[in-house]
Design a binder for this molecule. Structure first.
Ligand SMILES: [Zn+2]
Length: 73
């Protein structure tokens, strides 16, 4: 996936109507605030671990939560 594709996906609000389910563990891949060594970000994870990342990295959990609200509202 290149950066251009990610940017287009960020601008859509269809994510909440397009839930994916992990084929490995069957967990719904809901967008949520996640934390990695690089910082906080919005993405999905399941029993298998982090699945996708839908944002850049944020320094604070609050900023990541704000971003999550924007893209899911
Ligand atoms: Zn899984």
């Amino acid at each position: 996936m290149d950066a251009g594709e990610a940017r287009v996906r960020d601008m859509t609000t269809d994510n909440k109507n397009n839930l994916e389910v992990c084929e490995e563990c069957g967990v719904e891949l809901n967008l949520q605030v996640l934390k990695s060594a690089a910082g906080y970000y919005v993405g999905t994870c399941c029993e298998c671990g982090p699945n996708s990342r839908e944002s850049g990295y944020f320094r604070s959990e609050k900023k990541a939560e704000d971003y999550l609200k924007v893209i899911t509202s």
